[in-house]
Design a protein around this ligand. Structure first.
Ligand code: DHB
Ligand code: FE
Length: 287
């Protein structure tokens, strides 16, 4: 049976990818930020997942504004990255697992999540920057991946409540897959930022810290907020943080915090990272 070894949430700011490709990790601006990922990599080496489900939003590379699915699942054996105009290096393609994806699609649709299935999908910085941060620039990525794209660009957007519920359904879908696979769920995006308009540059540290606390101990705090309130507090693009709740919903109600780190600002954004496990999971890399 497939099982979840834990979850990670992280910001997916494009400038991080550029800093990595230019070898700037030890520069004063970046050092503390990248230091926050060392414990994540140590944890990943210990739990050694076979597959990562990356919950992220496409920013216009794969879906143009003409056709934007609310939830889209990659159902391919390979995903390509491409130039999206941020000056990011295009990275090696990512191995998928189409059989596992189709199982997830069937299970999610049976649980009333009418997701779009994509047999071709270009993955953008929302997917690629977290992959590079967690596993670095290996010629071949050490995990298979399944992209799960949530629309965070074209209104109307889904809600925090729906993201949490999607995570709960995702857990049932994963745990009903007969293959022995260790799965990590990665929720990307956020934290507070606004890239446009009169409030461009808006960052709200208090709100970010409340969101982190809520994701750990009280997801209902965020799910009680509607999207307008989240955008008022966290900025127009800060709404991306609700994708963290997909990861949270996939874990048990009680979680153990393996790692928590926050650094502000990176580019225009409050940058947070969390690693959570089910409270009683007792990480045993041998099983
Ligand atoms: C930035 C953050 C994002 O999440 C994004 O998708 C693009 C840019 C930024 O802070 O620059
Ligand atoms: Fe983004």
């Amino acid at each position: 049976m497939a099982r979840i070894v834990g979850g990670i949430t992280t910001s997916h700011i494009p400038a991080i990818g550029k800093a990595m490709s230019e070898g700037m990790e030890s520069d004063p601006y970046w050092e503390r930020f990248f230091g926050g990922y060392e414990p994540v990599k140590e944890w990943l080496a210990k739990v050694n997942p076979d597959l990562a489900i990356i919950v992220y939003n496409d920013h216009g590379l794969n879906f143009s504004l003409d056709t934007v699915p609310t939830f889209a699942l990659g159902c391919a054996d390979r995903y390509e990255n491409a130039d999206e105009g941020w000056g990011l290096k295009t990275l090696a393609s990512f191995e998928g697992d189409a059989a596992f994806s189709w199982h997830l699609a069937e299970s999610l649709i049976n649980q009333d999540f009418d997701i779009t299935t994509c047999q071709q999908m270009l993955v953008d910085h929302g997917f690629v920057v977290p992959m590079a941060l967690l596993w670095r620039h290996l010629p071949k990525w050490p995990v298979k991946t399944i992209p799960l794209a949530v629309n965070m660009v074209q209104h109307p957007l889904t809600s925090a409540r729906r993201c949490l519920d999607l995570g709960k359904s995702l857990r049932r879908a994963i745990e009903s897959y007969p293959d022995d696979q260790k799965v990590v769920i990665v929720g990307t995006g956020g934290m507070s930022h606004q890239l446009q308009g009169e409030r461009a540059g808006h960052i709200n540290v208090d709100f970010d810290l409340q969101c982190m606390e809520s994701v750990i101990n009280n997801p209902e705090w965020i799910t009680a907020l509607d999207n307008t309130e989240i955008i008022q507090r966290g900025g127009t693009e800060g709404i991306e943080v609700i994708m963290w709740l997909v990861m949270r919903g996939a874990l048990k109600p009680d979680v153990k915090v393996v790692h928590k780190h926050y650094h502000v600002p990176i580019s225009n954004t409050g940058a947070g990272v969390l690693v959570l496990e089910d409270a009683n999971s007792g990480t045993d890399p041998s099983c």
